[in-house]
Design a protein around this ligand. Structure first.
Ligand SMILES: Nc1ncnc2c1ncn2[C@@H]1O[C@H](COP(=O)(O)OP(=O)(O)OP(=O)(O)O)[C@@H](O)[C@H]1O
Length: 287
């Protein structure tokens, strides 16, 4: 399947800067030799300073792309480049140094429940730096200030709302001043107001800290409100790409189904299956 949408203006915007911060170059990937191919030739570019979204139906390979970026797995074919470095070519110290430049906000952004808000944010600084406690204190308060929660520093996670907890997790993720922030479903489980606050915070932090952000999300409205560019994946390939406005205006059936959250369309509800339901239930002979 070829990408359905690349307007000349968007393509110009993508190529106007000399070097993308992230590049997936014809990436193919299977979790094990002989297993089903999850990524079937992915080309993605993320320019420095941009907020870029990876979207698409469940199981299409979005989280897998983040894992390749973090060097947890290596592409079977093609290259994954971060700031010009081929992730697969890095030795252990090189990979470790690269990971130090990445912040990650996981689904639900779980906090350590037995530590205060302050200690949660201080955790990566205490683990990964030799900074004196007085400096850690100042850094933590600055990060909490950036997410609007300096006043909550002494509270325990059980004493704050889900939306506030997500912002604390965000402060913790940026504690080590990453160059790249990766968000895996940052809006999952939040009420609409907290979703909105979190989305705008992601954008503000990206711009204020001069970082690059990659968001995996199913939440079209929140993601489109803050993304510079969106890749829609389907069945292991980039099925469509463009700015949020371009995707909203698209008449492509897959993009339309995705943007409008329609049940009917090219993206099937059922995963492919070889046996009938009746056969699986033992009601008829498997064919
Ligand atoms: N460790 C693994 N070993 C084998 N298969 C895996 C592994 N992790 C994921 N998969 C499979 O790879 C495919 C892509 O998974 P992935 O988590 O990247 O999808 P996704 O687009 O992030 O999905 P979702 O939106 O539901 O989180 C799925 O079919 C999944 O079952």
């Amino acid at each position: 399947m070829q990408p359905q949408l690349v307007s000349s203006s968007a393509a110009d915007a993508r190529t106007s800067l000399a070097k993308p911060f992230i590049r997936f170059d014809r990436v193919r990937f299977a979790y094990a030799v002989g297993q089903r191919e999850i990524l079937k030739g992915i080309d993605i570019e993320v320019q420095q300073g941009h907020v870029v979204a990876l979207m698409g139906g469940s199981g299409c390979g979005k989280t897998t792309l983040l894992r390749l970026l973090g060097g947890q797995y290596q592409a079977t074919q093609g290259q994954v480049l971060i700031d010009g470095q081929n992730v697969a070519s890095l030795d252990k110290p090189g990979l470790y140094a690269l990971r130090r430049r990445m912040g990650m906000l996981f689904q639900f952004g779980a906090l350590f429940t037995d530590m205060s808000v302050f200690d949660n944010v201080a955790f990566p600084l205490r683990e990964h730096t030799a900074l004196p406690e007085s400096m850690i204190r100042d850094l933590v308060l600055m990060k909490l200030q950036a997410v609007g929660l300096r006043g909550a520093s002494q509270l325990m996670p059980s004493q704050i709302s889900g939306g506030m907890g997500r912002r604390v997790a965000l402060a913790r993720a940026i504690a080590l001043d990453p160059a790249l922030m990766m968000y895996d479903e940052p809006f999952a489980g939040l009420d609409p107001i907290s979703m909105n606050i979190t989305a705008h915070l992601i954008r503000q932090l990206n711009d204020a800290l001069g970082i690059t952000s990659l968001i995996v999300s199913h939440d079209v409205d929140e993601t489109f409100a803050i993304a510079d560019y969106v890749y829609v994946m389907a069945d292991g390939v980039v099925a469509a790409e463009g700015t949020p406005a371009e995707l909203r205006a698209s008449s492509d059936p897959l993009v339309h189904q995705f943007v409008h959250g329609e049940a009917e369309g090219p993206v099937p509800f059922h995963q492919p299956v070889s046996r009938t339901l009746a056969a699986d239930l033992g009601l008829q002979e498997a064919s």
